[in-house]
Design a binder for this molecule. Structure first.
Ligand SMILES: [Zn+2]
Length: 1085
């Protein structure tokens, strides 16, 4: 029980990770934020996740010197909130010229002449106020804000209940950062996506200094790819056009930004309000419950499926909004409360034949048909009496909008009344102005939303996707495609793909419904004789091949066919350079039964998927799959199982030829050992599995091995091991053995030395590392930092992991003889892939190790036991469960005892200080639940009862346990030898305790070593360290488990209370329970 090491848990090689946890970024950072190295603006927000809602503390005009430092002052509108000081060109600007994180402000100084300085670590901003009073106001409010910021940070650090929020925000805030070109600017910007905002900096340096240009709140943003490498970020105020370094990068940016938008919209307040009208609790079209979308101009509340169809109709027909949107963005509340789905449907759905009714389970085709008929054609509406009489309709409209009858207005407008008609009154010429005049705000709102909707073409079919043109086509076939192409006029319209002999032919030579197409495959260039070609896999099992030499023609076809193929909510599936898109049957988890139909698109290492009933496209990075295997694969049927982040997804193939393509596509995307770093199999933290495996192994078995990384190992074994790791690193289990350590060490070196482009991303990119310009250490460090940031994510993560590892190795230099310098000599040429004649490579690596914490921005041994537990469980994919309490135990093999670390204890520091008999083990704390129950019912936080006691100084080597009265209260633990029991049952004890120890100096371990022959198995070992020399170990043995739990609970209770002595008892208890819950994993979810 005691000798369990990490590795024995869950068969995941956790040991290495845990060990390297301390100074490592790659361990604590979650997958999303492998690159959240800088804490600059991150930290400032981590204590207030709602930072973008931070109210303005002070704003006003100030004069400011321009950055060049000339003394010409410029008038700027300055705004301060709890997190940032910003200044703007003028008071109407939405986007600041400068944004300064309060966190980075070190002081605020008065400097004569109505001036004051805001000093950050690297820069000083000089402001001048109108007069001294205004100056004083600014200075004092700034100082106060900075102080409060510090306080809140301190409080968060102290306050146990905040540790979770703090951690959670630290791990999730920055989701992407890097350089992007922005149109209209000559130089690139450093862009950071952080929580719900996008921050723009001139460069990475600025980011680390906490001084940026501006922030863009994403809660009202939309993101759209525009060209290969470019995309637009549109807010209600303006559009920002960016160009990424590569197409792939653009994909990533767009994806992360979209996640950022949807995250920022996850407010439920609006939905709750709108659902308070009962009729709005069901979708206006299909009746599905809890509809959380709405069409603001048609005035209907919709489910996500119907909303998807609405969106497909275009803005001119239906303006779709999420109810999950920020409350402030929703002005339509009242309109929806006044009208409600039922009343509005009295108009829109007055005459629906039962056969055409929609229900929540209707398929997308039915939905499409119904929604188009309902809103585009007005097929089911209740015709207004004036229908067809334009003038009368317009007149009626002008009258109705003076009243509160919005429903009548809706009926008029959607029966033909012109929202923009002339009212006849030159003072109030438009219907909107009339409604405004009469104070009918809801009417104004309704009219505004329908201002530019194209009512006139309402009878026109609304399917937006249509495309025509010539393509070369082969005869369809069921097998390998023949290459006899003929030129055909092709047309995609209303979900039908048809082709003709020529443009002029009136009868088609063939047709297929897009709904019968299973899969669209984009062929590699040049395949099948044409420059560009694609295939359509039909439900019948037939395959159609189309080709053209012009890339643009084919790209356009692929785009429109892709769009027509997938449901509107799945549009993201086709908005990138995919290789295949289509539908597959799948199951999730262990079940084989009742597969659902899902939509997938695949390209390179990315598999995008939209599972049944979801409205968000999900993303699997195939390089990071935990497992992939096929089941029952044969010519006729088979399935491929992907295990991703603990989720098991089984994709089913059947007889059709499309499955095989999916399978081989997925297998190719898994990552290959002979590719560059970013094509390798990766861990969650973007480190190649090969590197991770080797580092874990050395960490576990080789840290103290003399000459590690310098000894050469057995060449044949190294080659064989590297070969098998390159083939499939995940499948390789490194076995233990004496020589093995050196072999593995050499595998790591050889891999790094040979990997394509190397860790520094090619020879060219590695040069600036080798030729940093400054002589000063501090400046070189910041140059390294900037260079680190310019590395692609996988390279950055890999370098971080390797340097971290070397940092750990040199911690054991006394034993392994490998200090920083020795390691650098070995790893310099390895990492830079040089021949070693130039020693600058070694120097750089040495400096990287030396300044590891600074460059990689990791805070040493600050990892708490709690963080460690969370990390281990995350890595082991162990979901938190109610009543499950996990702790990190310090286990002492020799003494056969263990104790759960206090959640705040610094696990890494402890780990490094452990002797060879000790381990840290993360495991369930089986006493915790019982202890919590006991504590909850406790009236008095002290305990006294008889207990069996022994200590190290037994007589003649034979230790005996004898009865003592043991008293434990808020100050100390005392043991009394002589006890008398009075007649009324009270225990009287001698005035002098035999043993005494202050509570804060106690460490309580579970268990007593067997050699001492404890009288029961319910023992504790109490280590008392009152003074350096006076370290005592006492053994206390209880008679029952129940008794033991009571003692342990009291100890824990008292030791936790020492953190908040002055609190009242009840607060203390709450605090106590919170603390223990954080020990447990309740806070994980
Ligand atoms: Zn619906």
């Amino acid at each position: 029980m005691y000798v369990i090491q990490f590795i024995q848990y869950h068969q995941v090689n956790l040991s290495g990770h845990i060990f390297s946890l301390g100074p490592v970024t790659h361990c604590l950072s979650p997958p999303l934020c492998h690159n959240s190295i800088y804490l600059g603006c991150t930290l400032s927000q981590s204590f207030n996740p709602d930072f973008h809602h931070s109210p303005v503390i002070k704003m006003g005009w100030l004069h400011k010197t321009p950055p060049q430092g000339t003394l010409v002052f410029q008038k700027r509108w300055v705004m301060l909130d709890a997190q940032y000081l910003r200044y703007f060109q003028n008071e109407k600007e939405v986007y600041s010229k400068r944004i300064i994180a309060i966190l980075s402000v070190t002081k605020v100084l008065n400097v004569g002449g109505q001036k004051f300085e805001v000093v950050t670590r690297n820069r000083t901003f000089l402001f001048r106020a109108e007069n001294n009073t205004v100056r004083e106001e600014w200075v004092s409010v700034l100082k106060e804000t900075i102080q409060q910021h510090c306080n809140s940070m301190e409080k968060s650090l102290m306050n146990s209940s905040d540790t979770r929020g703090q951690r959670a925000s630290r791990v999730s805030l920055i989701s992407k950062q890097g350089y992007l070109e922005m149109s209209g600017l000559r130089s690139k910007l450093y862009v950071v996506i952080c929580a719900d905002s996008v921050f723009l900096y001139r460069n990475a340096e600025e980011h680390s200094q906490g001084v940026g240009i501006t922030s863009i709140e994403m809660n009202l943003g939309t993101v759209k790819g525009t060209d290969k490498r470019s995309f637009n970020l549109t807010t209600i105020y303006r559009t920002f056009s960016f160009v990424a370094e590569s197409e792939q990068q653009r994909e990533q940016w767009v994806e992360v930004l979209q996640a950022c938008v949807s995250h920022s919209l996850s407010s439920n307040a609006v939905a709750q309000k709108i659902w308070s009208e009962e009729a709005n609790q069901r979708c206006a079209d299909c009746g599905a419950p809890h509809p959380d979308w709405a069409s603001v101009n048609l005035c209907v509340v919709l489910c996500k499926c119907c909303a998807g169809v609405h969106r497909g109709l275009g803005q001119s027909v239906s303006k779709v909004r999420s109810l999950k949107m920020d409350e402030n963005a929703w002005t339509e509340n009242q309109l929806f409360l006044l009208l409600g789905n039922d009343k509005v449907n009295l108009f829109w759905a007055a005459n629906i034949p039962p056969s055409e009714m929609l229900c929540p389970s209707s398929d997308s085709e039915e939905r499409q048909r119904f929604v188009t008929a309902k809103y585009c054609q007005g097929k089911y509406r209740c015709y207004h009496a004036l229908f067809g009489q334009q003038e009368a309709l317009n007149k009626a409209l002008c009258n109705t909008i003076q009243t509160g009858d919005v429903l009548e207005t809706l009926s008029l407008v959607f029966c033909g009344a012109d929202v923009n008609c002339y009212t006849g009154d030159p003072e109030l010429p438009s219907p909107v102005s009339v409604a405004q005049h009469y104070g009918q705000t809801l009417q104004v709102e309704f009219l505004t939303h329908n201002h530019n909707t194209g009512r006139s073409n309402e009878t026109k079919a609304a399917l937006p996707i249509s495309h025509t043109g010539y393509l070369f086509k082969t005869a369809s076939s069921t097998r390998a495609v023949t290459e006899h192409f003929s030129r055909r006029w092709c047309s995609l319209n209303q979900g039908n793909f048809s082709y003709y002999e020529s443009e002029k032919s009136s009868s088609q030579s063939g047709q297929m419904k897009m709904s019968d197409v299973l899969c669209l495959v984009v062929n590699p260039q040049g395949k099948h004789g044409y420059g560009h070609s694609f295939e359509l896999y039909h439900d019948s099992g037939r395959v159609y091949l189309f080709g053209e030499d012009s890339p643009d023609t084919v790209r356009e076809w692929i785009k429109v066919i892709g769009k027509a193929l997938v449901p509107p909510v799945a549009e993201d599936l086709v908005g990138w350079s995919f290789e295949r898109v289509g539908r597959l049957r799948y199951t999730v988890g262990q079940s084989f039964h009742c597969p659902c139909l899902g939509w997938f698109s695949l390209g390179g290492s990315r598999l995008l998927l939209l599972l049944h009933g979801e409205d968000q496209v999900d993303n699997i990075d195939l390089r990071k799959l935990q497992e992939l295997f096929t089941q029952g694969y044969s010519e006729t049927s088979g399935a491929v199982v992907l295990v991703d982040r603990g989720r098991r997804l089984r994709l089913e193939g059947d007889r059709r030829p499309d499955y095989q393509g999916w399978l081989s596509g997925i297998q190719q995307g898994l990552g290959r050992g002979d590719g560059p770093l970013d094509q390798q199999q990766l861990t969650e933290t973007e480190v190649p599995v090969i590197v991770d495996r080797c580092i874990s192994y050395i960490t576990q078995h080789g840290l103290k091995s003399e000459g590690i990384y310098r000894r050469c190992g057995v060449n044949s074994k190294i080659a064989a091991l590297l070969l098998s790791l390159r083939h499939d690193a995940r499948q390789v289990r490194l076995s233990e053995g004496v020589c093995q350590v050196d072999n593995v060490a050499n595998v790591l070196k050889r891999f790094l030395r040979e990997v394509g482009e190397g860790v520094f991303n090619g020879h060219q990119a590695s040069l600036p590392w080798l030729h940093t310009t400054s002589d000063e250490r501090r400046e070189r460090v910041s140059q390294y930092k900037a260079l680190l940031h310019s590395l692609p994510p996988v390279n950055r993560a890999t370098l971080g992991a390797v340097i971290n590892h070397l940092y750990c190795v040199q911690c054991f230099a006394d034993e392994n003889q490998m200090n920083m310098h020795n390691l650098a000599i070995v790893f310099g040429p390895t990492l830079f892939q040089t021949d070693g004649t130039d020693n600058s490579a070694g120097q750089v690596v040495e400096e990287l190790i030396q300044n590891y914490q600074d460059i990689f921005n990791v805070s040493g041994s600050a990892v708490s036991a709690e963080e460690l537990v969370c990390e281990v469980l995350r890595r082991g994919n162990i979901p938190p469960q109610q009543g499950d309490y996990w702790s990190c135990f310090l286990v002492n093999d020799n003494q056969e005892m263990e104790r759960p670390l206090h959640y705040q204890e610094r696990a890494l520091a402890i780990y490094f200080s452990l002797g060879k008999d000790c381990h840290l083990v993360v495991k369930r704390n089986c006493y915790m639940e019982a202890m919590l129950i006991y504590i909850a019912a406790m009236v008095d936080v002290s305990r006294n009862s008889m207990i069996k006691f022994s200590d190290e100084k037994g007589q003649r080597g034979k230790r005996t346990f004898s009865r003592r009265l043991c008293v434990l209260d808020g100050t100390s633990l005392r043991l009394y030898k002589e006890v008398k029991v009075t007649e009324d049952g009270r225990r009287m004890c001698s005035t002098q305790p035999e043993r005494e120890c202050q509570v804060h100096a106690l460490k309580v371990y579970y268990g007593i070593k067997k050699r001492l022959q404890p009288p029961s198995c319910w023992g504790m070992t109490v280590v008392c360290e009152q003074a350096e020399r006076d370290k005592q170990q006492w053994y206390l043995c209880c008679e029952s488990k129940n008794e033991l739990i009571k003692w342990l609970a009291t100890f824990m209770n008292l030791q936790v209370v020492s953190f908040c002595v002055t609190e009242t008892y009840s607060t203390f208890l709450t605090c106590c329970i919170t603390v223990m819950c954080s020990l447990s994993l309740l806070l994980m979810d």
